[in-house]
Design a protein around this ligand. Structure first.
Ligand SMILES: [Zn+2]
Length: 392
Protein backbone atom coordinates (compact mmCIF):
# COMPACT_ATOMS: atom_id res chain seq x y z
CA UNK A 1 0.00 0.00 0.00
CA UNK A 2 1.00 3.58 0.52
CA UNK A 3 4.36 3.29 2.27
CA UNK A 4 6.90 5.97 3.10
CA UNK A 5 4.80 8.82 1.79
CA UNK A 6 5.39 11.32 4.52
CA UNK A 7 6.07 10.97 8.19
CA UNK A 8 5.01 13.07 11.12
CA UNK A 9 6.84 13.36 14.40
CA UNK A 10 5.28 15.26 17.27
CA UNK A 11 8.19 17.03 18.94
CA UNK A 12 6.61 19.00 21.77
CA UNK A 13 3.19 19.19 23.34
CA UNK A 14 1.83 22.07 25.40
CA UNK A 15 -1.75 21.47 26.50
CA UNK A 16 -3.49 20.24 23.35
CA UNK A 17 -1.14 22.31 21.16
CA UNK A 18 1.60 20.36 19.40
CA UNK A 19 4.78 21.24 17.56
CA UNK A 20 5.98 18.65 15.10
CA UNK A 21 7.94 17.86 11.96
CA UNK A 22 6.26 16.70 8.78
CA UNK A 23 8.84 15.06 6.53
CA UNK A 24 8.08 14.92 2.81
CA UNK A 25 10.26 14.07 -0.16
CA UNK A 26 10.66 17.84 -0.62
CA UNK A 27 11.85 18.83 2.80
CA UNK A 28 10.86 18.96 6.41
CA UNK A 29 7.95 21.15 7.36
CA UNK A 30 7.78 22.36 10.92
CA UNK A 31 4.26 22.39 12.31
CA UNK A 32 1.96 24.09 13.14
CA UNK A 33 2.23 25.40 9.59
CA UNK A 34 0.32 27.87 7.45
CA UNK A 35 0.18 26.99 3.74
CA UNK A 36 -0.28 29.95 1.36
CA UNK A 37 -2.87 29.17 -1.32
CA UNK A 38 -1.61 28.97 -4.89
CA UNK A 39 -4.93 28.55 -6.66
CA UNK A 40 -3.85 28.44 -10.28
CA UNK A 41 -0.21 27.49 -9.68
CA UNK A 42 0.60 30.92 -8.28
CA UNK A 43 0.24 32.41 -4.84
CA UNK A 44 -1.42 35.58 -6.14
CA UNK A 45 0.63 38.75 -5.97
CA UNK A 46 3.95 37.33 -4.79
CA UNK A 47 6.98 35.79 -6.49
CA UNK A 48 8.29 32.36 -5.53
CA UNK A 49 11.65 33.89 -4.54
CA UNK A 50 9.85 35.89 -1.85
CA UNK A 51 8.03 32.80 -0.57
CA UNK A 52 11.38 31.00 -0.34
CA UNK A 53 13.18 33.94 1.27
CA UNK A 54 14.34 33.73 4.86
CA UNK A 55 11.75 36.36 5.72
CA UNK A 56 8.71 34.32 4.63
CA UNK A 57 10.19 30.84 4.34
CA UNK A 58 6.97 29.14 3.20
CA UNK A 59 7.82 25.44 3.25
CA UNK A 60 4.63 24.23 1.58
CA UNK A 61 1.99 25.83 -0.64
CA UNK A 62 -1.38 24.70 -1.91
CA UNK A 63 -2.50 24.05 -5.49
CA UNK A 64 -6.15 23.81 -6.53
CA UNK A 65 -7.01 20.71 -8.53
CA UNK A 66 -10.25 22.17 -9.87
CA UNK A 67 -8.60 25.29 -11.30
CA UNK A 68 -5.51 23.56 -12.70
CA UNK A 69 -7.57 20.77 -14.24
CA UNK A 70 -9.77 23.27 -16.11
CA UNK A 71 -6.89 25.57 -17.03
CA UNK A 72 -4.22 24.97 -18.28
CA UNK A 73 -5.33 21.31 -18.15
CA UNK A 74 -3.49 18.19 -17.16
CA UNK A 75 -1.78 17.58 -20.50
CA UNK A 76 0.02 20.93 -20.25
CA UNK A 77 1.24 20.14 -16.72
CA UNK A 78 2.24 16.58 -17.64
CA UNK A 79 4.24 17.93 -20.58
CA UNK A 80 6.24 20.06 -18.14
CA UNK A 81 6.90 17.03 -15.92
CA UNK A 82 4.44 17.76 -13.14
CA UNK A 83 3.21 20.82 -11.26
CA UNK A 84 6.48 21.62 -9.46
CA UNK A 85 8.39 21.83 -12.73
CA UNK A 86 5.56 23.64 -14.53
CA UNK A 87 5.45 26.46 -11.97
CA UNK A 88 9.11 26.43 -10.88
CA UNK A 89 8.64 25.57 -7.21
CA UNK A 90 10.81 22.88 -5.68
CA UNK A 91 9.42 22.89 -2.15
CA UNK A 92 6.50 20.84 -0.90
CA UNK A 93 2.96 21.20 -2.20
CA UNK A 94 -0.49 19.98 -1.26
CA UNK A 95 -3.33 19.75 -3.75
CA UNK A 96 -6.97 19.81 -2.72
CA UNK A 97 -9.38 17.40 -4.40
CA UNK A 98 -11.57 19.89 -6.25
CA UNK A 99 -14.52 18.80 -4.14
CA UNK A 100 -14.85 22.10 -2.32
CA UNK A 101 -14.60 24.26 -5.45
CA UNK A 102 -17.23 22.17 -7.21
CA UNK A 103 -19.43 22.27 -4.11
CA UNK A 104 -19.19 26.05 -3.96
CA UNK A 105 -20.56 26.31 -7.51
CA UNK A 106 -23.97 25.81 -5.84
CA UNK A 107 -26.84 25.51 -8.31
CA UNK A 108 -24.41 25.04 -11.20
CA UNK A 109 -23.55 21.48 -10.14
CA UNK A 110 -25.33 18.17 -9.80
CA UNK A 111 -24.13 15.61 -7.25
CA UNK A 112 -24.75 11.90 -7.81
CA UNK A 113 -23.27 8.74 -6.31
CA UNK A 114 -20.78 8.62 -9.18
CA UNK A 115 -19.48 12.15 -8.72
CA UNK A 116 -20.29 15.75 -9.50
CA UNK A 117 -21.34 17.16 -12.83
CA UNK A 118 -20.87 20.87 -13.33
CA UNK A 119 -20.32 23.58 -15.87
CA UNK A 120 -16.83 25.01 -16.15
CA UNK A 121 -16.70 28.62 -14.93
CA UNK A 122 -14.26 29.29 -17.78
CA UNK A 123 -16.06 28.15 -20.93
CA UNK A 124 -19.38 26.73 -19.71
CA UNK A 125 -18.49 23.21 -20.87
CA UNK A 126 -20.02 20.26 -19.01
CA UNK A 127 -17.43 18.52 -16.79
CA UNK A 128 -17.49 15.59 -14.42
CA UNK A 129 -15.37 15.23 -11.31
CA UNK A 130 -15.32 12.03 -9.24
CA UNK A 131 -12.96 10.38 -6.74
CA UNK A 132 -11.29 8.55 -9.63
CA UNK A 133 -10.88 11.65 -11.82
CA UNK A 134 -9.62 13.70 -8.86
CA UNK A 135 -6.99 11.06 -8.03
CA UNK A 136 -5.91 10.84 -11.67
CA UNK A 137 -5.50 14.62 -11.81
CA UNK A 138 -3.75 14.88 -8.43
CA UNK A 139 -1.33 12.08 -9.30
CA UNK A 140 -0.48 13.92 -12.51
CA UNK A 141 0.02 17.18 -10.60
CA UNK A 142 2.39 15.26 -8.30
CA UNK A 143 2.13 17.21 -5.03
CA UNK A 144 3.59 15.68 -1.86
CA UNK A 145 0.12 15.53 -0.35
CA UNK A 146 -3.15 14.79 -2.18
CA UNK A 147 -6.62 15.03 -0.67
CA UNK A 148 -9.51 12.58 -0.86
CA UNK A 149 -12.51 13.72 -2.91
CA UNK A 150 -15.23 14.72 -0.45
CA UNK A 151 -18.62 16.36 -0.28
CA UNK A 152 -19.12 19.32 2.00
CA UNK A 153 -22.40 19.97 3.82
CA UNK A 154 -23.35 23.60 4.48
CA UNK A 155 -22.45 24.92 7.94
CA UNK A 156 -26.11 24.98 8.96
CA UNK A 157 -26.93 21.51 7.53
CA UNK A 158 -29.64 19.55 9.36
CA UNK A 159 -28.62 16.23 10.95
CA UNK A 160 -30.31 14.41 8.02
CA UNK A 161 -28.41 16.38 5.39
CA UNK A 162 -25.14 16.08 7.28
CA UNK A 163 -25.70 12.30 7.66
CA UNK A 164 -26.27 11.91 3.92
CA UNK A 165 -23.15 13.99 3.29
CA UNK A 166 -20.83 12.00 5.58
CA UNK A 167 -22.06 8.69 4.13
CA UNK A 168 -21.33 9.89 0.59
CA UNK A 169 -17.97 11.34 1.69
CA UNK A 170 -17.03 7.98 3.28
CA UNK A 171 -17.90 6.04 0.12
CA UNK A 172 -15.93 8.57 -1.90
CA UNK A 173 -13.02 8.34 0.59
CA UNK A 174 -12.79 4.58 0.00
CA UNK A 175 -12.96 5.09 -3.76
CA UNK A 176 -10.33 7.86 -3.50
CA UNK A 177 -7.96 5.59 -1.64
CA UNK A 178 -8.46 2.68 -4.05
CA UNK A 179 -8.02 4.94 -7.06
CA UNK A 180 -4.93 6.58 -5.54
CA UNK A 181 -3.27 3.22 -4.88
CA UNK A 182 -4.13 2.10 -8.42
CA UNK A 183 -2.78 5.30 -9.95
CA UNK A 184 0.54 4.99 -8.15
CA UNK A 185 0.87 1.29 -8.95
CA UNK A 186 0.12 1.96 -12.59
CA UNK A 187 3.01 4.34 -12.97
CA UNK A 188 5.48 2.69 -15.28
CA UNK A 189 9.19 3.25 -14.61
CA UNK A 190 9.39 5.49 -17.67
CA UNK A 191 6.57 7.61 -16.24
CA UNK A 192 8.65 8.37 -13.22
CA UNK A 193 10.56 11.19 -14.83
CA UNK A 194 7.22 12.87 -15.46
CA UNK A 195 5.99 12.38 -11.97
CA UNK A 196 9.35 12.82 -10.29
CA UNK A 197 9.46 9.41 -8.67
CA UNK A 198 6.01 9.86 -7.31
CA UNK A 199 5.42 6.19 -6.78
CA UNK A 200 4.84 5.46 -3.11
CA UNK A 201 5.73 9.01 -2.33
CA UNK A 202 2.51 10.96 -2.58
CA UNK A 203 0.61 11.01 0.69
CA UNK A 204 -3.19 10.90 0.70
CA UNK A 205 -5.21 12.61 3.44
CA UNK A 206 -8.79 11.73 4.39
CA UNK A 207 -11.37 14.39 5.23
CA UNK A 208 -13.76 14.44 8.19
CA UNK A 209 -17.19 15.97 7.56
CA UNK A 210 -20.43 16.24 9.58
CA UNK A 211 -21.17 19.99 9.71
CA UNK A 212 -21.74 21.20 13.29
CA UNK A 213 -23.01 17.84 14.61
CA UNK A 214 -20.45 16.39 16.99
CA UNK A 215 -21.88 12.84 16.94
CA UNK A 216 -21.62 12.78 13.13
CA UNK A 217 -18.16 14.34 13.23
CA UNK A 218 -16.97 11.62 15.61
CA UNK A 219 -18.48 8.90 13.46
CA UNK A 220 -16.96 10.43 10.33
CA UNK A 221 -13.56 10.45 12.04
CA UNK A 222 -13.86 6.86 13.25
CA UNK A 223 -14.90 5.48 9.87
CA UNK A 224 -12.31 7.57 7.99
CA UNK A 225 -9.65 6.12 10.29
CA UNK A 226 -10.90 2.62 9.41
CA UNK A 227 -10.22 3.32 5.72
CA UNK A 228 -6.77 4.57 6.72
CA UNK A 229 -4.91 7.62 5.39
CA UNK A 230 -1.51 9.27 5.82
CA UNK A 231 -3.07 12.30 7.50
CA UNK A 232 -6.51 13.60 8.40
CA UNK A 233 -8.28 16.84 7.68
CA UNK A 234 -11.25 18.55 9.24
CA UNK A 235 -13.31 19.82 6.29
CA UNK A 236 -16.58 21.68 5.99
CA UNK A 237 -15.84 24.43 8.48
CA UNK A 238 -15.85 28.17 7.90
CA UNK A 239 -18.72 27.63 5.43
CA UNK A 240 -21.33 29.84 7.09
CA UNK A 241 -21.64 28.32 10.56
CA UNK A 242 -21.22 30.44 13.70
CA UNK A 243 -17.64 30.79 14.94
CA UNK A 244 -18.36 29.01 18.23
CA UNK A 245 -19.72 26.00 16.27
CA UNK A 246 -16.44 25.80 14.36
CA UNK A 247 -14.38 25.99 17.54
CA UNK A 248 -16.61 23.42 19.29
CA UNK A 249 -16.08 20.96 16.42
CA UNK A 250 -12.30 21.49 16.44
CA UNK A 251 -12.12 21.19 20.23
CA UNK A 252 -14.04 17.93 20.19
CA UNK A 253 -12.49 16.30 17.12
CA UNK A 254 -8.81 17.33 16.94
CA UNK A 255 -7.75 15.63 20.21
CA UNK A 256 -9.46 12.42 19.02
CA UNK A 257 -7.39 12.37 15.83
CA UNK A 258 -4.32 10.07 15.75
CA UNK A 259 -1.29 11.45 17.56
CA UNK A 260 1.11 10.15 14.92
CA UNK A 261 -0.62 11.71 11.89
CA UNK A 262 -0.84 15.37 10.85
CA UNK A 263 -4.12 17.15 11.55
CA UNK A 264 -5.18 19.65 8.91
CA UNK A 265 -7.94 22.23 9.27
CA UNK A 266 -9.05 23.13 5.76
CA UNK A 267 -9.73 26.70 4.62
CA UNK A 268 -9.35 28.43 8.01
CA UNK A 269 -8.84 31.28 8.82
CA UNK A 270 -7.84 34.56 10.53
CA UNK A 271 -4.63 34.74 12.62
CA UNK A 272 -6.80 34.43 15.74
CA UNK A 273 -8.57 31.33 14.32
CA UNK A 274 -5.17 29.76 13.65
CA UNK A 275 -3.92 30.33 17.19
CA UNK A 276 -7.22 29.09 18.67
CA UNK A 277 -7.21 25.96 16.50
CA UNK A 278 -3.57 25.24 17.42
CA UNK A 279 -4.65 25.46 21.06
CA UNK A 280 -7.14 22.69 20.25
CA UNK A 281 -4.58 20.42 18.57
CA UNK A 282 -4.43 21.35 14.85
CA UNK A 283 -1.13 21.20 12.89
CA UNK A 284 -1.83 22.47 9.37
CA UNK A 285 -3.79 25.35 7.84
CA UNK A 286 -4.51 26.99 4.51
CA UNK A 287 -6.53 30.07 3.74
CA UNK A 288 -6.91 32.68 1.00
CA UNK A 289 -7.38 35.52 3.52
CA UNK A 290 -3.83 36.97 3.54
CA UNK A 291 -3.67 37.13 -0.26
CA UNK A 292 -7.30 37.88 -1.14
CA UNK A 293 -7.77 40.49 1.58
CA UNK A 294 -4.42 42.01 0.68
CA UNK A 295 -5.68 42.60 -2.85
CA UNK A 296 -8.79 44.21 -1.37
CA UNK A 297 -6.79 46.71 0.69
CA UNK A 298 -6.83 44.92 4.02
CA UNK A 299 -3.80 44.29 6.21
CA UNK A 300 -3.73 41.83 9.10
CA UNK A 301 -1.75 43.27 11.96
CA UNK A 302 -0.83 42.35 15.53
CA UNK A 303 -3.54 44.84 16.58
CA UNK A 304 -6.27 43.62 14.27
CA UNK A 305 -7.35 44.33 10.71
CA UNK A 306 -6.43 47.57 9.00
CA UNK A 307 -8.31 48.87 5.97
CA UNK A 308 -5.87 50.95 3.95
CA UNK A 309 -8.76 52.65 2.10
CA UNK A 310 -9.63 54.49 5.29
CA UNK A 311 -8.99 58.26 4.99
CA UNK A 312 -7.41 58.31 8.45
CA UNK A 313 -4.27 56.76 6.94
CA UNK A 314 -3.76 59.46 4.27
CA UNK A 315 -1.01 61.21 6.25
CA UNK A 316 -0.03 58.28 8.50
CA UNK A 317 3.74 57.89 8.45
CA UNK A 318 3.80 54.65 10.46
CA UNK A 319 4.19 51.18 8.93
CA UNK A 320 1.24 48.80 8.43
CA UNK A 321 2.19 47.11 11.72
CA UNK A 322 4.62 48.65 14.22
CA UNK A 323 5.44 45.18 15.55
CA UNK A 324 6.12 43.65 12.11
CA UNK A 325 9.67 43.34 10.87
CA UNK A 326 8.82 42.41 7.26
CA UNK A 327 10.51 44.23 4.38
CA UNK A 328 7.30 46.15 3.59
CA UNK A 329 6.94 47.43 7.15
CA UNK A 330 10.63 48.32 7.33
CA UNK A 331 10.41 50.47 4.20
CA UNK A 332 6.93 51.83 3.53
CA UNK A 333 4.31 53.91 5.32
CA UNK A 334 0.56 53.48 5.52
CA UNK A 335 0.23 56.83 3.69
CA UNK A 336 2.23 55.56 0.71
CA UNK A 337 0.47 52.19 0.50
CA UNK A 338 -2.90 53.97 0.75
CA UNK A 339 -1.83 56.28 -2.10
CA UNK A 340 -0.87 53.25 -4.22
CA UNK A 341 -4.21 51.59 -3.48
CA UNK A 342 -6.23 54.72 -4.25
CA UNK A 343 -4.29 55.12 -7.51
CA UNK A 344 -5.03 51.54 -8.58
CA UNK A 345 -1.31 50.69 -8.59
CA UNK A 346 -0.58 46.94 -8.65
CA UNK A 347 2.18 47.50 -6.08
CA UNK A 348 -0.50 48.13 -3.43
CA UNK A 349 -1.70 44.52 -3.75
CA UNK A 350 1.86 43.22 -3.87
CA UNK A 351 2.93 45.05 -0.70
CA UNK A 352 -0.22 44.18 1.26
CA UNK A 353 0.00 40.52 0.18
CA UNK A 354 3.65 40.37 1.21
CA UNK A 355 3.01 41.87 4.63
CA UNK A 356 -0.05 39.68 5.25
CA UNK A 357 1.81 36.48 4.37
CA UNK A 358 4.77 37.61 6.49
CA UNK A 359 2.39 38.21 9.41
CA UNK A 360 0.66 34.81 9.07
CA UNK A 361 3.92 32.89 8.64
CA UNK A 362 5.68 34.77 11.44
CA UNK A 363 2.72 34.17 13.76
CA UNK A 364 3.04 30.42 13.13
CA UNK A 365 6.78 30.59 13.75
CA UNK A 366 6.14 32.26 17.10
CA UNK A 367 3.45 29.66 17.84
CA UNK A 368 5.97 26.85 17.21
CA UNK A 369 8.60 28.51 19.42
CA UNK A 370 6.04 29.05 22.19
CA UNK A 371 4.92 25.41 22.13
CA UNK A 372 8.48 24.13 22.15
CA UNK A 373 9.37 26.29 25.14
CA UNK A 374 6.19 25.42 27.03
CA UNK A 375 4.98 29.02 26.80
CA UNK A 376 2.02 28.59 24.46
CA UNK A 377 -0.68 29.58 26.97
CA UNK A 378 1.16 32.84 27.66
CA UNK A 379 1.71 33.47 23.96
CA UNK A 380 -1.95 32.83 23.20
CA UNK A 381 -3.14 35.21 25.93
CA UNK A 382 -0.80 38.03 24.90
CA UNK A 383 -1.44 37.56 21.17
CA UNK A 384 -5.21 37.70 21.69
CA UNK A 385 -5.05 40.68 24.06
CA UNK A 386 -2.95 42.69 21.63
CA UNK A 387 -5.20 41.76 18.71
CA UNK A 388 -8.20 43.18 20.52
CA UNK A 389 -6.66 46.34 21.92
CA UNK A 390 -7.21 48.14 18.61
CA UNK A 391 -5.02 49.98 16.13
CA UNK A 392 -3.01 52.88 17.43
ZN1 LIG B 1 4.87 43.78 7.75
Amino acid sequence: MNQATCSFDPIAVDGEARAGALTTRRGVIETPVFMPVGTAGTVKGIRFEELESEELDARIILGNTYHLWLRPGIETIKAAGGLHKFIGWNRAMLTDSGGFQVWSLGALRKITEAGTEFRSHIDGSLRFLSPEVSMEVQTALGAEIAMAFDECAPGEATPEDARRSIELTLRWAKRSKDAHVAQLLNLRPDDESQTDSLRYRQALFGIIQGAGHLDLRRESLERTLEIGFDGYAIGGLSVGEEKHVMMDVIEDIAPRMPVEAPRYLMGVGTPEDLVEAVARGVDMFDCVLPTRNGRNGQAFTSRGKLNIKNARYALDQSPLDESCNCSVCRRHTRAFIRHLYQSGEMLASILLTHHNLAFFLDTMKRVRQAIRSGQFAKFRREFTEQLHCGLE
